[in-house]
Design a protein around this ligand. Structure first.
Ligand code: MTE
Ligand code: MO
Length: 377
């Protein structure tokens, strides 16, 4: 509810949607630290914010495991049974930078839940919990044929007149490499209510949508979840698909996030008085187990690129973004288009233009990020 937003989030949060609550922190503060303060971490909700009593809380492990079991929070937190795992992980919503796609062509805009995000639906925290793999092992492991894990969130939301729980799934191979955490701590604090208190899933390098908050059940299944969030949302369509011909079957389900980046300062339409150099700053990220190795910026819309000095990039963590800054040499006066692109360790880089990867559901805006500035030298 709104009181939780006011209590747990920064006062100057940009409220992208009020209900369901979606918010991002002002960009300059977001990139001022490698680790985002809890109050500045973006929030993406599909419905309400459940009120869960941690003492009465239980997590059920069900479905195709050999010994289905119920755990209390204290049992999951018992270090004699389960080793704790802490990782610095970036969570990114596939809606990040959606506003650029909306400006290119409006897409599935009648869906209120497609929030018009800027560059801030991405944040980084130090998360602590237990690897889901260990919990499933404690349940005797998977039965033959089980290869997906379904998550149930306690919140409810409405879509097209129906009420749903938040349910999604991830493939077992992601769990097997200890990249799915059942987390109860965020930057050394108990999870804030708005981020899934008392327990959430955290799926490293995947689209944020799989990181189920207010988790109360984990079920081993033999194919991806049939629930609407898994089957009908987070689909990537080709540019020929629109309102008349969009069918869930002609989109593919997004899991790994691609390499992407953003210029946070200067801001679009800034006028800058300078003496031959303009300071740029932003973030760079790659999902799917990759990380940014080089950031490049351009002062002329992408003809000539300059490398951001490596020492101007923040620490490399395998599952996190890197913030960066750069003094770009600029002689020209007048309107200029600045842009940024990142290369990851697998030599992937970003599409050139928003229209290079526009899609009806307006997901994953990962093209080179552009801002227009007015230069006075
Ligand atoms: N889990 C539940 N139960 N309900 C939700 O609406 N939203 C998902 C995911 N987990 C969601 C959820 C989406 S789309 C994203 S991007 C992340 O949570 C955002 O996590 P955050 O709000 O902690 O930043
Ligand atoms: Mo999301």
């Amino acid at each position: 509810s709104w009181e939780t937003v006011l209590k747990e989030k920064a006062e100057d949060m940009i409220h992208v949607l009020q209900f369901p609550y979606n918010g991002e922190a002002p960009g300059e503060r977001l990139i001022s630290k490698e680790l985002t303060d809890n109050k500045d971490h973006f929030v993406r909700n599909h419905g309400g914010i459940p009120d869960i009593d941690a003492d009465a809380f239980t997590l059920d492990i069900t479905g195709a495991v050999n010994n289905p079991r119920r755990f209390t929070l204290a049992e999951l937190q018992d270090e004699k049974v389960f080793p704790r795992q802490t990782n610095i992980v970036t969570l990114q919503c596939s809606g990040t930078r959606r506003i650029e796609q909306i400006h290119e062509y409006p897409g599935d805009g009648d869906e209120l839940i497609n929030a018009p995000w800027g560059e801030g639906a991405i944040s980084t925290a130090r998360w602590t919990g237990v690897s889901l793999k260990k919990v499933i092992k404690a349940c005797g492991g998977l039965k033959d044929g089980a290869d997906n894990i379904e998550f149930f969130g306690a919140d409810t939301y409405f879509k097209k007149g129906q009420v749903y729980n938040y349910v999604v799934s991830v493939p077992w191979r992601k769990v097997k490499v200890n990249e799915v955490l059942l987390a109860w701590e965020m930057n050394g604090q108990p999870l804030p209510k708005i981020h899934g208190y008392p327990l959430r899933a955290l799926v490293y390098g995947y689209i944020g949508a799989r990181s189920t908050k207010w988790l109360y059940e984990v079920r081993a299944i033999t194919r991806p979840s049939a629930a609407p969030v898994q089957r009908k949302e987070y689909l990537y369509y080709t540019p020929q698909i629109g309102k008349q011909n969009a069918k869930y079957s002609n989109g593919f389900s997004i899991q790994d996030m691609p390499v992407s980046s953003a210029i946070i300062s200067p801001k679009d339409m800034d006028q800058i008085i300078h003496d031959g150099k303009i300071s740029l700053a932003g973030w760079a990220y790659s999902g799917g187990g990759h990380w940014p190795v080089r950031v490049e910026v351009s002062g002329d819309g992408g003809s000539v690129w300059y490398e951001v000095p490596y020492q101007n990039m923040s620490t490399k963590y395998y599952h996190a973004w890197r913030t960066w800054k750069m003094d770009l040499p600029v002689d020209a006066e007048g309107w200029l288009e600045f842009c940024v692109r990142t290369w990851d360790n697998a030599m992937n880089t970003q599409p050139t233009f928003v229209r290079s990867a526009w899609n009806w559901d307006l997901h994953v805006t990962s093209s080179a990020h552009r801002v227009k500035i007015y230069s006075i030298n």
